[in-house]
Design a protein around this ligand. Structure first.
Ligand code: 5GP
Ligand code: ZN
Length: 114
């Protein structure tokens, strides 16, 4: 846990969020500023700054996050499709330096992303 990190504080329960799913490795909650009818964040409970810091040791956690994103998409009825986004670093548009996946759905997505 990084005591200065917003998402670590959310994991610790210090900041209220609408929790959608939780297990020992990850937490899923509604984004405060939704960009689509469904906009969830799926975060690692362990503080990892970004995908750029990922190493082979993180592979089980990364696989778990992707598999859970698919499971949560199914329970969220995103049958028409959805987008999973991992903004990484400054040019990637990352604003919270704690590894997270965005799960966006409920409308058609444009390509290329902005
Ligand atoms: P990033 O820009 O790093 O890829 O994504 C960070 C996301 O966290 C943004 O979509 C932003 O709306 C969301 N966010 C920032 N602060 C909070 C908060 O306090 N609560 C919730 N639920 N989401 C937050
Ligand atoms: Zn953190």
């Amino acid at each position: 846990m990084d005591s200065d990190c917003l998402f670590c504080k959310i994991v610790a329960g210090g900041i209220p969020v609408r929790r959608v799913y939780e297990d020992e490795l990850c937490l899923c909650f509604a984004d405060i500023n939704p960009q689509a009818p469904t906009h969830l964040l799926l975060i690692s409970k362990r503080h990892i700054v970004s995908l750029a810091q990922a190493v082979p040791e993180h592979a089980p956690l990364l696989g778990h996050l992707l598999a859970k994103a698919a499971e949560i998409a199914r329970t969220s009825k995103l049958d028409r499709g959805y987008r999973v986004v991992v903004n990484t670093g400054a040019d990637g548009g990352q604003t919270v330096d704690h590894l997270h996946l965005h799960l966006l759905g409920g409308r058609p997505m444009g390509w290329p992303p902005g």
